[in-house]
Structure formats: structure tokens, C-alpha cells
Design a protein around this ligand. Sequence first.
Ligand SMILES: Nc1ncnc2c1ncn2[C@@H]1O[C@H](COP(=O)(O)OP(=O)(O)OP(=O)(O)O)[C@@H](O)[C@H]1O
Ligand SMILES: [Mg+2]
Length: 193
Amino acid sequence: MILGTDYVSTNIKPVRLSTDALRRHLYIIGKSGTGKSVLLDNLITDLIENGSGCCLIDPHGDLAEAVASRVPQKRINDVIYFDPADLSYSLGYDPLACTAPDNRPLVAENVLSAFAHVWGLSAQHTPRLLHILRNALRLLLDNQETLLGLPHLLTNARYRERLLRRRPKTTESREVTWSGTSAREIPARAGVR
Ligand SMILES: Nc1ncnc2c1ncn2[C@@H]1O[C@H](COP(=O)(O)OP(=O)(O)OP(=O)(O)O)[C@@H](O)[C@H]1O
Ligand SMILES: [Mg+2]
């Protein structure tokens, strides 16, 4: 992949980036307006053109739109364009989906830390809430439920009973003791009805 031309050295030569180097790490820094987005755009367009896969996470959206507008016909069916702000084309996303049993504790922790970040939860100030959320997520994961089950789990006793009965004995969820208290009591004790 050619990034540009080196005019600084005595002999002018192209500056290249191998696919192997690209796979490791690439950090593009520079003052505003120095061409970072254009460079990324060119790199991504080349990857798409030569049949490679890539994922662009663009918080602003302009680069994503520029790249999307240049996807060649042969790769159109490979493109997933996910714009969470576009309500006319909403795309379902469930962070608890298709998780292998070994990964479930990690997924639960990641979702929990996202909740903690959004709502300002902490082990110091809201330990019980974190505990309940963690166990609720683990129970949903073990039952292969979606995140939509979370409010039901906390407010619907029959649903909760069903998940507790169904959870597989072979997975780690049997270790989930809900702090030695019956899972049936916890939501009530936490003030959840
Ligand atoms: N290699 C290049 N040669 C000539 N012009 C370029 C080159 N790369 C970028 N430009 C021009 O420089 C301008 C700024 O580029 P770009 O938007 O990529 O900068 P940026 O570093 O992403 O800026 P920002 O930090 O504000 O997002 C654009 O008008 C673009 O056309
Ligand atoms: Mg930019």
C-alpha cells in the first residue's frame, strides 16, 4: 500500500505500508487539517477494493459516509452500515448474543462496566446494585436471553423463577449465589417490585 511520496530524502521514493505492518498497529496523529481523515479514507478504500475486511468506527460520521459512497459494486453486499442515530433504519444489537459459555463472565463484566460508566455506579457507592446487575446479566447469558430480559428479570418474579430453574448446571452460573441470599428475595430487598 502506498501512503505517499518521500520528498525529504535525497532520492525521492514512495512510502509504503505492508499489509503485515497494517495488521499490527497504526497510529495516525497530526494537527487539524493535515490529512489524517484522507489518509484513513485511502487506506480503507484500498482494503475494500482488494477484498480485505475492515471495520470503521466513526463517531462523527463524515468519514464513514465518504467511505460508504465509494464502495465498489462488487463489495456492496459485504457492507454493514450501522448508524445508531438513524431511526428510520434501526439495527438490532444485543451485546449478550451468541456468547460462548467461556466468554459469558467477561461479557457480563463488560456490559456491567458500560452500565457503571453511564449511571455512575461504583463498588464504593452502589455495591449492591452492581452485584444484582452482575448476577442478572450472568443469568440472562446462561439462559441465552437478550438484554431486553433485564427489566423483566428484575420486576417479574415468574420470569425470574423460570430462568433460575432453566439455568444450566454445568456452567458457572451455579456459582452465582446472589450473595448467599435467595435470588427470589434480592429484587424485593433492593426495592425492585
Ligand atoms: N495527501 C494530500 N494531498 C493534498 N491535500 C490533502 C492530502 N490529504 C488531505 N488533503 C487535504 O487537506 C484537507 C484536510 O484533510 P483532512 O480532513 O484529512 O484533515 P484531518 O487531519 O482529518 O483534519 P481534522 O483533524 O480537522 O479532522 C482536505 O481539504 C484534504 O483534501
Ligand atoms: Mg479528520
